[in-house]
Design a protein around this ligand. Sequence first.
Ligand code: PLP
Length: 316
Amino acid sequence: MNTVPSLSARYSDPRAYPRGVAFLDGQYVPISEAKISVLDNGFLHSDATYDVVHVWDGAFFRLEDHLTRFFESVEKLHMSIPYDRAQVTEILCNCVALSGLRRAYVEFICTRGVSASGSRDPRDCDNRFIAFAIPFGSVANPVQMTRGLHVAISDVVRIPPQSLDPTVKNYHWLDLITALYGAYDQGAETVILIDQNGNVAEGPGFNIFAVCQGQVFTPAHGVLLGITRQTIFDLCEGLKMDCVAQDISATVLCQADEVFVTSTAGGVMPVSKINGRMIGAGGVGPVTEQIKAAYWDLHVIDQHRLTVEYPDPSAG
Ligand code: PLP
């Protein structure tokens, strides 16, 4: 057991952080120095919204779509930030440029902030804008990308849309985390939550897709409208594949020919086992493989790219 520090003990952070740069309170700081007040309602009450975009080989992917979703969420939560789209773009570019990261996970956040008077009225709070760039991370690790994720379907019901609008990207993750621990107990690596009607909803940080007889399905309601999910609709159109948003029961998902999950953190990620049983022939199915390849191919297309200007390392 640790001893209790004496009155003279002063704060110094002993933790190790990944490489990265953050923007908060109008300044760029190393990620290890990016701290918010313990009184921020974003921390105390999960009263915040955020978005995550990735940078791949020196360029943002679909940043405009992430900005649209973020600004809509900020408005839906009656928050405001002192920057417009162009300024947020500049701040995100600066974080990435300063970090030097060519492949980055870039998060931008609006928290309710702190009320100077201590009032409990959220309208009295000064909203806070934060952004950061850290190394790109994936829901699935390289082994899982090759052999497919092992997933459990939880009986934990995802927070219903009547309680919280799932299209507002949010930090209400305790249903996801509770379900994740249940999945670990069953030997699975991640988890899928259901909705109030027993249909599949989403998982910790990803949307879900089933491939049945060449058609692609994903839940229509009660989920975050993922930007990667939208990319799958776009890609399927180009590949002349039907992609349909509709209810998917747990049974249909388990009997699908292929299952994959999607996220900005990892792209298109195959699922090879659900509740200990193999999906299709196991491994990565051909449709998943084709969509995954098309997803990464799209990253070189100008329409979706915003190239980051990195400082010249040779310049003083
Ligand atoms: N669903 C949830 C709950 C998420 O948190 C995320 C991403 O973090 C997704 C779905 C996937 O969204 P996107 O493709 O925009 O990353």
